[in-house]
Design a protein around this ligand. Structure first.
Ligand code: GLC
Length: 571
């Protein structure tokens, strides 16, 4: 029997609604489409969905600029369509959590429209206003963080785009209004929230200026061109210094506690996961967030055994030290904000093998895994070639800044923009080998271009038919995880800690012990676990390579890039 909550044993799947499934054929994903694909998710074997924002939005930041917190963007359907999606998910035992953007609203939200209308309207202090820009702070998306509003003849603060003004969370009325919106969806029955950018909610009260001798565009450009070890180091320091007064400030814990209190009023173990890697947001284990993402795992150029071990050791130690109730880990390798796992951590020579290895990593480490839609078929980044295609406005802003202000040639600027924009990892889901990859009908212009590599087998339908496809590999592994008490719930014990080529760890619960071996090298390795499992029987339960099932010897070979999971029965 499990003592764990559903959100600890579930596998989450992130749906980016604009790109997941287009049910009405307008080139944009929607709830009708997503509802039709729920059986696909059941067959895949996931337990919960994180839905990126589905609220009305002018889409300056692809839905993360919300103009109404209690409704559905018309292009995604109606509130009733959302409810149908939620009910149909629940019927299939799939939970649904929403995205909750607390830091800012859209500048078209009625709260902001009222706030900017005069200096003395009832919502005058719902946002962060100043007579003149009090410092040199930058927005992390589009230059100056203070934007002039002619109506008030004042400036408002925004950490993200200027179309995303920061709310003033010191104002209790803001809290009340947002908590009402939170309740609105909980009343409808959603299972929790992924909390957007919580670190940015409060700013340094002294408004201390940053000390970097550049503005945002210059720093981005400097980072792109940095080559020497000194410049590479400087670049990291500059990024940290530029924003350190604008995030990670006091006040967030108290807010998270209030929010948790609201969730706990509801039945059904509603949950919160924070877009922040600071473990302290788990609080005492019962009073703040349920989970925070283990972003340090993916914040690396390459996933090496050494990096993975170091990350796990540090993370698990921190979680255990939190309080009497140890925190629960939450692992992920990708989302809508970063290069796709296949591209980012893959290699030209061993793409398919590495994709399998990385999937196994996230699905066998202790904790709740989050997958990003399309990852299961090996979708890759898609580089846009024309600025008119760019939908991620932080990308188009940067393009124009470097072309206009820095004289960078448009061709080069486009290459840089394609690399930095998040459009590359948000292209439509590839459902089949046919026009528009089956995402939308033929001849429809999809909101972002479809990656033409759907023709090369990177699509759901082809992979469903192919027993050795990545999709079938995910399904198999998810099944093994679901059936393994140890993989879902067990403690993690690292083995062979100096191994350069592979990672080996135990997962052990009171019902089962399994050994996971991930060979990150292109060599066959001869491994010896006789010391650890002297009087034990080992039985293979999963392998990504051809190998016989059944009992195996504690001295065994693993093939290049093999994922090998065995059950251990001590006599
Ligand atoms: C989060 C979201 C990102 C968005 C930003 C501003 O980081 O994941 O997509 O642009 O917050 O809301």
């Amino acid at each position: 029997m499990s003592n764990l909550k559903w959100w600890q044993t579930a596998v989450f799947y992130q749906i980016y609604p604009r790109s997941f499934a287009d049910g009405n054929g307008d080139g944009i994903g929607d709830f009708k489409g997503a509802t039709e694909k729920l059986d696909y998710l059941v067959a895949l074997g996931v337990d919960a969905i994180w839905l990126s924002p589905h609220f009305p939005s002018p889409n300056w930041d692809c839905g993360y600029d919300i103009s109404d917190y209690r409704n559905v963007a018309p292009e995604y359907g109606t509130l009733q369509d959302f409810k149908t999606f939620l009910d149909e998910s629940h019927k299939r035992n799939i939970r649904v959590i929403l995205d909750l953007v607390l830091n800012h609203t859209s500048d078209e939200h009625p709260w902001f429209i009222e706030s900017k209308s005069s200096r003395d309207n009832p919502k005058a202090d719902w946002y962060v206003w100043a007579d003149t820009p009090p410092n040199n702070w930058q927005s992390c998306f589009d230059g100056e963080a203070w934007t002039y509003s002619p109506e008030r003849d004042q400036f408002y603060y925004h950490y993200f785009m200027k179309q995303q003004p920061d709310l003033n969370w010191h104002n209790p009325k803001v809290k009340k209004a947002m908590w009402d919106a939170v309740r609105f969806w909980l009343d409808i029955g959603v299972d929790g929230y992924r909390l957007d950018a919580i670190g940015t909610i409060f700013e340094d009260p002294d408004l201390t200026p940053h000390t970097v001798p550049m503005n945002l565009a210059e720093l981005r450009r400097f980072s792109e061109l940095a080559q020497t070890p000194e410049d590479l180091k400087l670049k990291d320091k500059y990024w940290e210094d530029m924003f350190k007064n604008q995030w990670g400030q006091g006040g967030v814990h108290e807010l998270m506690k209030e929010l948790r209190g609201i969730l706990d009023e509801y039945d059904g173990d509603r949950m919160l996961v924070g877009e922040d890697d600071n473990i302290d947001y788990i609080g005492n284990g019962n009073d703040e967030l349920h989970l925070v993402f283990n972003f340090p795992l993916m914040r690396t150029e390459r996933l090496t055994p050494e990096h993975i071990r170091r990350n796990q050791e540090e993370r698990l130690k921190q979680l255990a030290a939190l309080s009497k109730v140890p925190g629960w880990p939450c692992n992920t390798l990708g989302n809508h904000d970063c290069s796709r796992v296949y591209t980012r951590f893959g290699s030209k020579l061993h793409g398919p093998e590495l994709a399998r290895l990385h999937a196994a990593l996230v699905l066998t480490l202790k904790g709740t895994p989050f997958l990003y839609n399309g990852e299961e078929i090996g979708m890759t980044d898609y580089m846009l070639t024309d600025i008119s295609q760019v939908k991620d406005t932080m990308g188009s802003w940067y393009y124009h800044a470097i072309v206009t202000d820095m004289g960078v040639h448009p061709d080069e600027a486009m290459v840089r923009t394609a690399e930095m924009t998040r459009d590359k990892n948000r292209t439509p889901m590839q459902w089949l080998n046919g026009p528009n990859s089956g995402f939308s009908p033929a001849h429809v212009n999809t909101w972002l271009p479809v990656n033409p590599n759907y023709r090369d087998g990177i699509n759901v339908m082809d992979q469903e038919k192919n027993p050795s496809s990545l999709l079938n590999y995910y399904k198999h592994l998810l099944r093994v995880r679901r059936e393994s008490h140890a993989l879902r719930e067990g403690e993690q014990v690292s083995l062979h800690e100096s191994a350069k080529d592979y990672v080996a760890f135990l997962r052990q619960s009171d019902e089962q012990t399994v050994l996971v071996v991930l060979n990150f090298s292109e060599n066959t390795l001869e491994l010896d676990f006789t010391q650890e499992f002297k009087n034990a029987k080992m039985k293979s339960i999963f392998s990504s390579a051809e190998r016989r099932t059944g009992e195996i010897n504690p001295k065994f070979k693993v093939s290049p890039f093999e994922v090998f999971i065995t059950e251990i029965n001590r006599e």
